[in-house]
Design a protein around this ligand. Structure first.
Ligand code: GLC
Length: 452
């Protein structure tokens, strides 16, 4: 009998071990196939899109001194709120934004659903500081989402957890109740934005980093001090971003988010013309810049020459990033005519040469003073922005070049040795914006390691 039980026990132990190892393998395989490939899959359209439109629109368009006007000029909250009575872009529909983005060759858009001033461009329960409760009585986010979808573009929303109306942002510990009310609003509004408007492709956070609380500083007695780099917020308030992250993935499993709210980011934000930065083909990133001067509307902001934008686009794509270019429409929702004109010119250029930008990856030639390169399949696009002389000398590549064609015009020639690749184009054929030479390879460029 004893023997029988012993054997039974041994068999049961064996069975348990088998089940456990099966479970372990199942969990391991499951997590290995679930996490990373999912992120890659949801990022694929974004990677290919390359170019998007950022829109800063809100009450601040009325005074026309930028989106930080309330803070910069210390306008009392109640006084600033009165602007909502004047917020009424009557002859405007977001279709014109979507059309403009499409004409500019952009593939996605990101609208400030709510900026730091707290004014929401969407229906938010009993909250009266919204475009729906304003003179306009309109759900701008709702109209925008519809227009962008209709134009065949991807839909993005910018959202700032930070709200200047809550002293809890400035003193999260002393004003804990206020900070928590701000957090409630944040959790509620994200849930609304991701529940009420159908599919949303991008949620673009700003000002949600824990280290940004209190503007990245601490109060030492009566004195505010900027926190030194590497020193983190030590207080007791938490945004509880993990809960928002769970909600976000539950409501919109495929949405992609940037990294400004301490959540597992799909892409990183670089901000401003000075932040172009280095080549990075590991961590997806996006450079955002205003087309002219400021994010939120200011009158008479003239754009730069076309060349600056084309070259920036090539430099960003050549560093393996995306470019998000901002317009700040006026109080009537209109974008400055000179900016519209420039955007059309960018679109016309992309119409001709977009094959060297869309759906490409950066490299394999790392960017230099001369320009940058992109590639797709068996083609490398060399964007020559500044000719170093008669010829451009590039490092050797381990695949055979079958031919070279200047897609911007002229007869390009090349030579390839085990030491280098040399490209030339007659001076008369060089394009002042960007001479693009497409190199045809005998195999895919994806396998080539980035080369200096
Ligand atoms: C900043 C600013 C903001 C702007 C944003 C764009 O963080 O606070 O006004 O919306 O950058 O990237």
């Amino acid at each position: 009998m004893n023997e029988y039980f012993k054997r039974l026990n041994a068999q049961a132990a064996c069975f348990r071990l088998f089940c456990l190892s099966f479970l372990a393998v199942w969990v391991w395989v499951g997590s290995a196939t679930a996490a990373a490939p999912n992120a890659d899959a949801r990022m694929q359209w974004w990677r290919e899109a390359k170019f998007g439109m950022f829109i800063h629109f809100g009450l601040y368009a009325i005074p026309g001194r930028g989106e930080w006007v309330q803070w910069n000029e210390q306008i009392p909250v109640n006084e600033y709120a009165k602007l909502a009575d004047q917020f009424n872009p009557t002859n405007f529909t977001p279709d014109s934004w979507a059309e403009l983005a499409r004409a500019a060759g952009m593939k996605y858009m990101v609208l400030t659903a709510r900026h730091h001033d707290g004014f929401a461009l969407f229906q938010d329960g009993t909250n009266t500081f919204t475009s729906v409760a304003s003179a306009a009585h309109r759900d701008i986010v709702g109209e925008y989402v519809q227009a962008v979808r209709q134009a065949g573009l991807r839909v993005g929303l910018y959202y700032s957890p930070l709200d200047w109306r809550f002293p809890g942002y400035i003193m999260p510990d002393l004003q804990r109740q206020s900070a928590e009310a701000m957090r409630d609003q944040y959790h509620r509004q994200v849930e609304e934005l991701l529940s009420n408007y159908g599919k949303i492709d991008v949620l673009w956070f700003d000002g949600g980093e824990t280290d940004w609380l209190n503007f990245s500083g601490d109060w030492k007695g009566a004195e505010w001090q900027k926190r030194p780099k590497g020193r983190h917020y030590q207080g007791g308030f938490s945004w509880q971003h993990d809960q928002v992250y769970a909600t976000l993935r539950r409501l919109q499993p495929d949405i992609v988010i940037n990294g400004r709210a301490d959540m597992p980011e799909d892409f990183r934000s670089r901000e401003g013309y000075g932040a172009l930065g280095e080549f990075d083909n590991q961590q997806p990133w996006e450079l955002c810049v205003p087309i002219a001067g400021a994010w939120g509307y200011q009158p008479n902001l003239k754009p730069k020459p076309l060349k600056d934008y084309i070259q920036l686009l090539a430099k960003v794509a050549g560093r393996d990033g995306n470019l998000l270019m901002n317009v700040g429409p006026d109080r009537n929702g209109r974008v400055d005519a000179s900016q519209v004109e420039r955007l059309h010119e960018i679109g016309a250029w992309l119409n001709k040469y977009g094959e060297s930008i869309y759906a490409t990856r950066g490299g394999p030639f790392l960017p230099g003073d001369w320009g940058a390169s992109t590639h797709r399949g068996k083609t490398i696009y060399v964007h020559i922005l500044k000719w170093p002389g008669e010829q451009l000398l590039l490092p050797a590549i381990p695949v055979k070049i079958l031919g070279a064609k200047a897609i911007t015009g002229g007869d390009a020639s090349f030579s390839q040795t085990s030491n280098q690749v040399v490209i030339s184009l007659p001076a008369s054929a060089r394009d002042d914006l960007d001479s693009i030479v497409a190199l045809d390879l005998d195999s895919t460029a994806d396998a080539i390691q980035p080369l200096k």
